[in-house]
Design a protein around this ligand. Structure first.
Ligand SMILES: [Cu+2]
Length: 137
């Protein structure tokens, strides 16, 4: 084997490893990349053990009142959504989901910020927060 050919093979292998490494962080939806959430339709928060994704207070989730909030349990534990102001206390089994709305305004008020939590994992601060805004026209 010539020296030149060996170099080509090495370059090919390096390129393959680099490409293979790009999609490897699959532990978070979106693989760690920033993906803008949709601004219409259901807003989905995935529940894992023991955490609600994409609906932390610092995410400042604003949902127009015509939308829905879907909580999908992709963890292995039983989770729950408790939102006392709307009289919601619902268990969500693994693989199941629960939706508030559409429209959110069936149960919630425009201009208010709501906090919900999982009553089974309050010690893990398994909670979410979102604000209901004016429905789209
Ligand atoms: Cu939970």
């Amino acid at each position: 084997m010539s020296c030149r050919r060996l170099t080509r093979i090495k370059l090919f292998l390096a390129g393959t490893l680099l490409l293979g490494g790009c999609g490897s962080s699959d532990d978070e939806p979106g693989g760690g990349r920033t993906i803008l959430p949709p601004s219409t339709g259901p807003y989905v928060s995935v529940a894992v053990n023991n955490h609600f994704h994409d609906v932390h207070p610092e995410d400042d989730v604003q949902l127009t009142g015509d939308r829905s909030l879907v909580i999908r349990n992709e963890g292995s534990n039983l989770h729950n959504v408790t939102l006392a102001e709307a009289d919601i206390d619902v268990d969500i089994a693994t693989g199941e989901e629960f939706s508030i709305g559409p429209p959110l305004t069936d149960l919630l008020e425009v201009g208010k910020t709501y906090i919900f939590f999982c009553k089974y994992h309050p010690e893990d601060r398994m909670l979410g927060q979102f604000t209901v805004t004016e429905p789209a026209n």
